[in-house]
Design a binder for this molecule. Structure first.
Ligand code: F6P
Length: 322
């Protein structure tokens, strides 16, 4: 019987833990007797013949590294019908019957198209944003938040020393999860997320005034990227309350760094599961976390799901950050 060949790629924004997932795919595939190719720079690697056969040592010592050893890209050519056809033909020419796609839901839409063109694809959620509705967890989220809380703790030191207010914007695209959890973990007086309608007077100014009354003189406000406008908000708070206020956009610092234990372990489990599915010639699935377990779902069903924001956690934050 001909040796089965699969490939693995990372696509979209990089996330800490992607390397751990790549490592798991390569090792699990080789363990099952497969040939495993690493595809460079996302789907572009399938269009430009930018792939390399991996061996057990190709993925040595990467589990603790941030970024992705396969590089990543948001391909503009691939999602077009000609791009999909070209990528599928390329896979066939190399004998590649399945591809593990590590990325966000944009990458999963590409995986669905490639599966429909005859190459089985399995999605693994890799993004710091935790914005994939079908999964409770995305690889990279924990590391990004741990970086964010370290940064906000540092900002707090200086805000405290100057009796200032600091407004900090964290990443997350349209998702407020990084802001919510970072806000709770750093004791932010106010947290603004795109999922909850807010009113600056009620949700920022009044909360600061109430906290001030109990003797507090420095304040942290965490704002999700999907809300934005931190410079204007800082000016408003300063004028309105007479408290010196500074704005910080944390930015890409949150995307880098060595993955946490959680990201390494979840990525390893998800990568392994993806290979099990390809081994059974199953495609069009995504590997997800549901009720804490690693399971797989149909990609269409997964992409149709709507995210549910954790309002209970938000309410807890609002009632204790006072
Ligand atoms: O999806 C991850 C993410 O870091 C988002 O939080 C952010 O909106 C976006 O990517 C930034 O993308 P880029 O690195 O292309 O500026």
């Amino acid at each position: 019987m001909e040796q089965k060949a699969i490939a693995v790629l990372t696509s979209g924004g990089d996330a800490p833990g992607m390397n751990a997932a790549v490592r798991a795919v390569v090792r699990a595939g080789i363990n099952k007797g497969m040939k495993v190719y690493g595809v460079y720079r996302g789907y572009n690697g399938l269009l430009n013949n930018d792939i390399e056969e991996m061996n057990l040592r190709s993925v040595s010592d990467i589990i603790g590294n941030g970024g992705t050893m396969l590089y990543t890209a948001r391909s503009t050519e691939f999602p077009k019908p000609e791009g999909i056809q070209k990528a599928a033909d390329f896979c066939r020419s190399k004998g590649i019957s399945g591809v593990v796609v590590i990325g966000g839901d944009g990458s999963f839409r590409g995986a669905r198209k490639l599966t429909n063109a005859g190459i089985n694809c399995i999605g693994v959620p890799g993004t710091i944003d935790n914005d994939i509705a079908c999964s409770e967890y995305t690889v990279g989220f924990d590391t990004a938040m741990n970086t964010a809380i370290q940064m906000v703790d540092r900002i707090r030191d200086t805000a405290q020393s100057h009796d200032r207010c600091s407004i900090v914007e964290v990443m997350g695209r349209h998702c407020g999860d990084i802001a919510l959890q970072t806000g709770i973990a750093t004791g932010a007086t106010a947290i603004l997320v795109p999922e909850i309608e807010y009113n600056i007077e009620r949700d920022v100014i009044a909360r600061i005034i109430n906290t001030q009354k109990t003797g507090k003189k420095h304040f942290i406000v965490v704002v999700a990227e999907g809300v934005g406008g931190v410079e204007d908000l800082a000016k408003y708070v300063e004028q309105r309350l007479g408290i010196e206020t500074r704005a910080t956009v944390l930015g890409h610092v949150q995307r880098g760094g060595s993955p946490t234990l959680r990201d390494r372990v979840v990525a390893s489990e998800m990568g392994f599961k993806a290979v099990e599915l390809l081994d059974q010639n199953i495609g069009n699935r995504v590997v997800v976390m549901r009720e804490g377990k690693i399971v797989d779902l149909d990609i269409n069903e997964a992409l149709d799901m709507k995210r549910v924001f954790d309002e209970d956690l938000y309410n807890i934050a609002m009632s204790i950050s006072i």
